[in-house]
Design a protein around this ligand. Structure first.
Ligand code: ARG
Ligand code: GLU
Length: 712
């Protein structure tokens, strides 16, 4: 905490001469240091209202949802909101041809109809404590990395054991500021969480992958769950006698909407950012690695698209694969564009010049003097291995046949000494995997993808730095034809037959399968030529990054720095506002139902509009959920610093009331994971009034609205 002294707003080295917030993912227990600025920007509540361990506060309504998203409690009966794409897996698990909740939506009309979701948990943060001093006891800068880590682990173990004695909560300690500070977290985990409702996909996923990362946006990206507890309110495994969880606090919901310039903040669980990287690393990521991934994925997606357009069955088979490959593809494209457009590398270099001068300015800064040189050297050394890893994963393992064959490696290695029980378990498991693989497998796509990727792999990677199988290839097309014709893994019947009649002869057949051999060759190359180098270089780099982080804090004692996201609860704040993505182009901060009708296209899956929604639109039947301008607002943007994991997070107004749910960012500003720029970085939220409109007017689930606390 000693870095968080007096709070003075300084010109950020990376900003454009404007003093304005937006950047920063702040630790809730230290929010008193931001309070003044937040209030100057319009906030009417206090830091204590947001995070307190003495009385109930907004933090009591926020959860880590399903390990990867954020959710918030909106009633005194444990009702929870998160994104549709966060609840997706659970909605899917309850869906079948008879009950297609993905397509048609689902609404429990009473608590008895709510659906249990095994495997789903939500985590409440009960308290956090600064334990930096205790964790770093006995640590000094000259220690080897291994000794340092051993000492830290020992300290952490002791602290955790001591705290565990006095609490019923789950205790953990996490590094912040790349290991310069440590905080202890007391969490409570609830595992009986039930699905309450979700809109049909053409509302919850409206715009699909086409609109993903894009503004203007019209997605009703929400789903509803409920947290259950035992009779005393404690966490309990699912039991039909469990009761709705009574939170210490639930969020009030505002029907007023937000105007351009209004203060807003997001409270949730951002997963990972890298804001303090040296220029050489940003350059490597944005200008070398990301463009390769974008290029390879772009080519894969082109092939998917071609076949998906031809055949509705293939469209569904490849929808989910397309979504996950496409999500990163679009995001990293935005990172490269953004970093270059806003001269991110040059800005980092300019900062490094100042840093170097500062480091040379006093003798006790000796540990910083050679850092930047070391970064240049180590990242250069890392480069070929990063490239090798990129091709290994994005070109090699992307071939579905090869990854699938890889699942059978263990089975191909059984010997006469392997216990039968183990073999049976493997076979059962592989049968399940195989069924789900073939359900969504279309061989012509995979063949074309394989030929394309192997050509790219050969073109890009030097002969002495490739898996062996690649160096044996004379003609790629011929090779791929052979591979696909000879492997059994393209043929569900053959795979089933092998699994059904598994015997010693099959072991040999498996081990000799050409696709399995390709997999072995890839993995062998990665294990022997890449992994050790990457890990040992990264260990060195991590140490240097930690010291560099400390240097950046020492150099700017009056500037409040925030720790990179690490999947712990954070507050981030800014304003509701649109932006100018390009010269001559301006984006308004909100969208309306008109835009959904404009985008409507019954022939394009992503733009099909529900008839019932259209009817409500035609009748302008918006009830109290309309904006004062008379339209139905659907989504809005704000200059709030968010990242993956913030999906489902509440975005709140100056009074701490719910305005909407965060679900995405504009792709022009996705560089904010490396470098935040308030001019271009925007998060995207679905307007809570649209959410309520869908629940109430569209679905007729008025009983859910009754449970909530709504402020008109
Ligand atoms: N881009 C958002 C995120 O990174 C949403 C992803 C899900 N939506 C989709 N259309 N694929 O998680
Ligand atoms: N959709 C992302 C998520 O699931 C949020 C988008 C982002 O800011 O990266 O967390």
């Amino acid at each position: 905490m000693k870095y968080l002294r007096v709070f003075i707003i300084l010109l950020s080295t990376f900003s454009f001469g404007l003093v304005r917030a937006g950047e920063g993912m702040w630790i809730p227990m230290l929010l008193q240091y931001n309070e003044k600025e937040m209030q100057e920007m319009g906030m009417r509540i206090t830091a204590e209202d947001i995070y307190s361990i003495n009385h109930s506060s907004l933090k009591d309504a926020i959860v880590l949802f399903g390990g990867g998203c954020t959710g918030e409690i909106v009633s005194d009966q444990g009702l929870l909101l998160t994104n549709h794409h966060c609840g997706y897996d659970y909605i899917q698990k309850h869906s079948s041809v008879q009950h297609d909740y993905l397509t048609n939506g689902f609404w429990a009309m009473n608590m008895g109809e709510e659906l249990p979701c095994p495997g789903l948990s939500v985590i409440f943060l009960r308290e956090m404590r600064d334990v930096t001093e205790k964790v770093l006891t006995g640590i000094n800068i000259d220690m080897s990395e291994a000794d340092r880590q051993a000492k830290i682990d020992e300290n952490i173990k002791k602290i955790v054991a001591a705290v565990e004695k006095e609490t019923k909560y789950k205790v953990s300690i996490k590094p912040y500021f790349l290991g310069n500070e440590y905080y202890l977290l007391l969490n409570e985990i609830y595992t009986d969480v039930r699905l309450v409702g979700c809109p049909p996909s053409n509302i919850g996923k409206f715009g699909g992958d086409t609109d993903n990362w894009v503004w203007p946006r019209h997605t009703g990206d929400f789903s509803i769950f409920r947290v259950y507890a035992d009779k005393d309110g404690h966490p309990a495994v699912y039991d039909k006698d469990n009761v709705p969880y009574k939170p210490a606090k639930h969020l009030d919901i505002s029907l007023k909407g937000a105007e351009e310039g209004d203060f807003a903040f997001v409270f949730g669980y951002p997963a990972r950012t890298n804001e303090y990287l040296p220029a050489v690393a940003v350059d490597q990521e944005a200008n070398l690695i990301d463009p390769i991934i974008v290029d390879l994925r772009g080519k894969v997606l082109d092939i998917y698209n071609k076949y998906q357009e031809q055949d509705p069955k293939v469209r569904i088979q490849y929808a989910s694969k397309h979504a996950s490959i496409g999500n990163g593809w679009k995001k990293w494209m935005g990172v490269t564009e953004g970093i270059n457009h806003f001269h991110g590398v040059e800005k980092k270099r300019a900062f490094e010049k100042d840093f170097q001068e500062w480091a040379l300015g006093a003798r006790n800064r000796y540990m910083y003097i050679d850092l930047l040189n070391q970064f240049e050297k180590n990242y250069k050394e890392l480069e070929p291995y990063q490239l090798a890893y990129t091709y290994f994963s994005e070109a090699g393992l992307r071939i579905e046949l090869v990854s699938f064959a890889g699942r059978f490696v263990k089975l191909s290695e059984v010997t006469k000494d392997t216990p039968q029980g183990e073999i049976d378990a493997m076979i059962t498991n592989l049968k399940t995997r195989s069924a789900s693989f073939f359900k969504d497998y279309y061989e012509p796509i995979d063949r074309e993808v394989a030929a394309m990727l192997l050509k790219e792999y050969l073109k890009a990677q030097p002969a002495d730095f490739r898996p062996d199988f690649l160096n044996g290839i004379k003609d790629v097309d011929e090779y791929v034809d052979n591979l696909f014709n000879k492997s059994i893994f393209t043929d569900e019947a053959k795979v089933n037959e092998l699994l059904d009649n598994f015997n010693a002869k099959n072991v040999k057949k498996l081990a000799n399968d050409p696709a399995l051999k390709v997999y072995q060759s890839l993995i062998g190359f990665y294990r022997n030529e890449v992994y050790d180098h990457i890990s040992s270089l990264n260990a060195t780099i991590d140490r240097q990054r930690r010291i560099y982080m400390k240097g950046q804090m020492d150099m700017q004692p009056d500037k409040r720095l925030f720790p990179d996201a690490n999947f712990t609860l954070r507050v981030t704040y800014g304003k509701v506002e649109g932006f100018k993505p390009q010269d001559g182009k301006t984006y308004r901060h909100f969208t309306t139902l008109e835009g959904i009708i404009e985008k409507e296209n019954p022939d394009i899956y992503d733009y099909v509009v529900e008839p019932r929604l259209k009817q409500l639109y035609n009748n302008k039947d918006y009830g109290r959920y309309a904006d004062k301008d008379g339209t139905m607002h659907v989504a809005f943007t704000a200059s709030v610093h968010t990242t993956g994991g913030n999906s489902g997070s509440p975005i709140l107004n100056a009074d701490g009331q719910l305005l909407g749910l965060n679900f995405d960012r504009c792709w022009e500003g996705t560089m904010s994971d490396l470098l935040y720029d308030p001019a271009i970085c925007r998060n995207i939220s679905v307007d809570i009034r649209y959410v309520l409109f869908i629940i109430d007017k569209f679905a007729g689930a008025h009983h859910l609205i009754e449970e909530m606390t709504i402020v008109e």
